[in-house]
Design a protein. Sequence first.
Length: 315
Amino acid sequence: MRAITMRQFGGPEVLELAEVPDPQPRAGHLLVNVTRAGINYADVHVRGNTYLAPIELPYIPGNEVVGTTEDGRRVVALTMGGGYAEKAVVHRRVAWDIPDDVTDDQAAALALQGNTAWHLLFTAAQLTGGQSVVIPAAAGGVGSIAVQLAKRMGAKVIALASTEAKRQLAKGLGADAVLDSSTTDGLTERILDAAGGPVHAALEMTGGQTLRATLAAVAPRGRVAVYGYASGETGAVPTQLLMEKSVTVSGFWLPHLYSDRNALPTSMKALTAAVRSGDLRPVIGASYPLAEAAQAHRDLAARTQTGKLVLATAP
């Protein structure tokens, strides 16, 4: 089969198209003929050897796929690598059947980014109706879904986005206010002004000064769910501030839910139902041929795209 392989860590150029042996099915797993491989910011960390789990080379990146099983089922599934390929082996526990009225592209937006948005809001940040929440990268895969889920819950959404086009997209998805995230100047004050005071909850994936500015805008006993460090700055959380306001900061990494028998089935059922009813509209971004994985990574890092990006291995 054809697959994108990494033989070294580095820039997008290390993503090479190659012929590799087909993966071998094993007990408890499904062999999937892949039609869509999801592209996520975690893949950039994999490529740069800054991922949260160790990576052994050579390696096929990609943590989510859409495709068909050998018995004809159409599924969306999570993987631990191996997704950027024409075939992938996935565990039955993290594979879900796709209803006929949900497209491959819509399904691709739900497995990793949809589940991440759901559990960031409702498991980590414990958001409830009537509360206020800050959502970063609001035009991206996770952010665009989080905006819609939070509004559906009845929350007041303060969205962050780096360009006017992205801010307009977030506004169209239901955000109550949209702020320019291309600069951290006055970010705390801008959040407070937009929310009408300190916020109850915030999602954070940039790190550095953005994390500090977000923390400063959170109300006493507020919650911050951290799911990334796109700036490359991990840094120390200011513990004095946490104690002064009794703020809870929790880290979140979706693979920790893969073995949970209830968490992901519950969120996938709700996400799929919301897509089918029209309450959730996944923002479908660019689709790239498998051979153009390197360009997809360049575009993702440049933040020129919106919504869910995929590699397409079939029409």
